[in-house]
Design a protein around this ligand. Structure first.
Ligand code: GAL
Length: 419
């Protein structure tokens, strides 16, 4: 897409200069995403470089803000003004919402030429299609229910990686006594929701998670297990520091990296930060399933949805879609991003032990049950329901006097109001 400045430049320079300008101007894509932390930016850069190597231009449309809420707001206003980017990081059920608006373009030719139907697990492929046509391409599989830790801090406190919620509280106490912040957290709605869904999973198991956060079952949302999950979630505040309000997730990860904090509950994009800092999994930092969720996997699949565009931009967009599923990109991107490839046929020898565990657990939970979509990361419910649940979770977490029973009631209302 030619930006206003370039157009102006081309029009106001001499004809010869304008011709020179347009002849060197390759087809380009404008890509909206929110990958701005150290690890995320390294990962996004892989795609930019691969596009440039094929002679296409890349106009970066990065909107900072973990979880992508701000990026989605900006995307909506661009789309409303009739000027969407060529591609945008849009995930899960939201792909359908954009499809319903008639704004997405199809990728069927690329998909057929590259054999996407055979490459992708059917559950992943389904999410990428609207009305029978591919409209998005998956770049990875993130796992959300992880615990990250600094082994030196754990050693100082004389504790091991906690495997249950009780152990998490015990380890937290010991870490506090040893003089460190037990749990690094950023007080933002999506981060609160990220921690909450892991606690809920540990409290009620995957069936309960599915009923409450995916099926929006009223009894599950308003019942005793929910109250218990909410209470435990709130108790985690005891392990967090007083300055967490508004803190970005990657700053929380750097507190673990620096040894100011012992642990963080966060999806494996956090691994991208450890990797960018030159640290090695299993030595310099530890990863384990979030306490009490060893048999579950909350998945979060990043994908690039394609807007309806024409001409050269469409050509570049189709190249982008093709490259995004090719082994070169899938490997380099996911090594930097902390996730695992979206296609299961790749050689994982370059990947660290956390990524290998992720793949193993993904396959195991897919067969045995336990594979559930992340509510906090837009994979489980539509955006309006997700937003309403975020409000309840974060208001309850920050309220001095809201009882868990009241928060559970509000959960029921949130799901109903948004239906
Ligand atoms: C998630 C997204 C990840 C990561 C994270 C933090 O929603 O899927 O790719 O960027 O937010 O921003």
């Amino acid at each position: 897409m030619v930006s206003f400045d370039k157009t102006t430049l081309a029009l106001t320079t001499s004809l010869a200069a304008a011709v020179t300008f347009s002849s060197v101007q390759a087809a380009e894509v404008e890509v909206l995403h929110w990958w701005t932390s150290g690890g995320e930016a390294r990962a996004a850069n892989v795609l930019k470089e691969l596009m440039e190597a094929e002679g296409y231009g890349w106009e970066d449309f990065a909107v900072a803000g973990g979880g992508g809420e701000t990026a989605m707001t900006v995307l909506k206003s661009r789309a409303m003004s009739g000027n969407p980017p060529s591609a945008a990081q849009i995930k899960g059920p939201e792909i359908q919402e954009w499809g319903e608006l008639g704004l997405l373009g199809e990728l069927d030719e690329v998909a057929e030429a590259e054999g996407w139907d055979e490459l992708l697990p059917p559950t992943v492929a389904d999410v990428m299609r609207y009305d029978g046509s591919y409209v998005a391409v998956p770049v990875n599989v993130h796992r959300v229910n992880w615990l990250w830790a600094n082994p030196e801090v754990l050693d100082e406190a004389g504790v091991e990686m906690p495997t249950t919620l009780d152990e998490l509280f015990e380890a937290g106490e010991a870490i506090r006594e040893a003089g460190y912040i037990p749990l690094a957290h950023g007080g933002q709605a999506w981060q609160d929701a990220t921690v909450f869904e892991s606690v809920l999973l540990a409290t009620g198991g995957t069936e309960f998670y599915q009923q409450a956060l995916v099926d929006l079952d009223e009894e599950a949302l308003g019942g005793e297990t929910m109250v218990e999950a909410l209470e435990t979630f709130k108790r985690l505040r005891e392990l967090m520091d007083d300055d967490m309000s508004g803190r970005d997730w990657n700053i929380a990860t750097s507190m673990v990296i620096e040894g100011d904090a012992g642990m963080q509950l966060m999806g494996d994009w956090a691994k991208g930060e450890f990797t960018a800092a030159g640290l090695t999994a299993g030595e310099d930092y530890l990863c384990a399933a979030a306490p009490g969720t060893q048999d579950a996997f909350t998945f979060n699949i990043d994908s690039l949805a394609m807007f309806r565009v024409e001409g050269e931009e469409r050509e570049a967009q189709q190249a982008l879609a093709r490259l995004a599923l090719e082994p070169t990109f899938q490997e380099a991107f996911n090594l930097a991003k902390g996730s695992i490839p979206a296609r299961p046929d790749l050689d994982m020898s370059e990947f660290d032990q956390c990524a290998r565990q992720s793949l193993e657990d993904f396959q195991h939970t897919a067969d045995a049950g336990g594979l559930v979509p992340s509510m906090a990361h837009g994979m489980a419910v539509r955006a309006d329901v997700q937003g309403a649940i975020f409000d309840v979770v974060t208001n309850y977490f920050n309220s001095r006097d809201m009882a868990a029973e009241e928060a559970a009631e509000r959960m029921v209302n949130a799901a109903q109001a948004a239906l």
